[in-house]
Design a protein. Structure first.
Length: 290
């Protein structure tokens, strides 16, 4: 049985990119529309770091701090100092784009995708930030990429083509980050909404948030949906496992574009949800850049 609790009472316009830091006992996430990195400690203490540009996603760093993908490119983030140190900006000549979803792979490289922020156009690309700060574009020509996650052994990269309601599985060469021809994992159109953020659990299944449908899907590596979790909000955006034993599934949500009536009917919209009874996950990998 799934139990759902709300962890925050402050609404995010567009909460995204939840990441659990098991060393600090802290949950990080971002609010894209009120550009900031936010966190919640196990003792209930909260923090917010405003960002100098729109932020799409964050990942843990091997030392201290985070790695982040902002509209102005990849940055190292020093939380204590409130410092954003630029690493690389692969789309400085594409001012209409911003970074969106991302994740650190099993070998410590940070992957993040871009999208056009004003129009639904195939302007999105997927980038890989290596340990030495080098950036490689792995593919381009997509509308909105989401659900960035890696299989337990790191040999499969999962990606959603959000507005086409497709989840794809790409063979991933861990030695150099090259991707093979993808296979269709799942057409999500019959489940409502659109596939957004995702995470992989300790059994290797993919959990994906269906934005607009108010539910999570658990999908086996073979592409079978074996569990559906209904949520008290219509706009879940992403999820990650954390807490003691990684047995809590944290879900980010959005309040943007909801009417006053919808917000009144969904008091948890824009809040962080914590779900128990969904199995367990594993630790997030850390970007190994200096």
């Amino acid at each position: 049985m799934t139990a759902i609790a709300v962890l925050t009472d402050e609404r995010d316009a567009l909460g995204e990119s939840p990441v659990w830091d098991e060393r600090a006992g802290r949950l990080y996430w971002v609010d894209i529309r009120a550009p900031s990195i936010r966190w919640l400690d196990g003792d209930g203490r909260r923090g917010t770091l405003p960002c100098p540009a729109v932020v799409g996603c964050v990942g843990l760093a091997a030392g201290t701090g985070l790695v982040a993908a902002l509209q102005t490119g990849f940055h190292r983030v020093g939380l204590a100092e409130g410092r954003f140190e630029p690493i690389a900006d692969p789309e400085r000549d594409v001012p209409g784009n911003r970074f969106n979803d991302g994740r650190v792979d099993r070998d410590g490289n940070f992957w993040a995708s871009t999208m056009n922020d004003a129009a639904r156009r195939p302007d999105g690309s997927l980038y890989r930030l290596a340990a030495d700060g080098g950036v490689t574009r792995r593919f381009t020509g997509w509308d909105i990429l989401n659900a960035t996650a890696f299989s337990l052994d790191g040999t499969i990269l999962y990606q959603a083509d959000t507005f086409r309601d497709r989840l794809w599985a790409f063979p991933h060469d861990r030695s150099d980050g090259r991707l093979g021809e993808p296979r269709l994992l799942l057409d999500t159109s019959s489940f409502g909404g659109h596939p957004d953020g995702a995470t992989v659990d300790a059994a290797g299944a993919l959990w994906v948030a269906l934005q607009g449908a108010g539910r999570l899907l658990r999908i086996t590596p073979a592409g079978m949906v074996d569990r559906i979790v209904e949520l008290p909000v219509t706009q879940p955006t992403s999820c990650t496992f954390g807490g003691a034993g990684f047995e809590m599934l944290f879900v980010t949500t959005a309040a943007q574009r909801l009417s006053d009536e919808a917000l009144a009917a969904q008091p948890m919209a824009g809040c962080i949800l914590a779900l128990s009874g969904c199995g367990s996950g594993i630790a997030e990998s850390r970007w190994v850049g200096a």
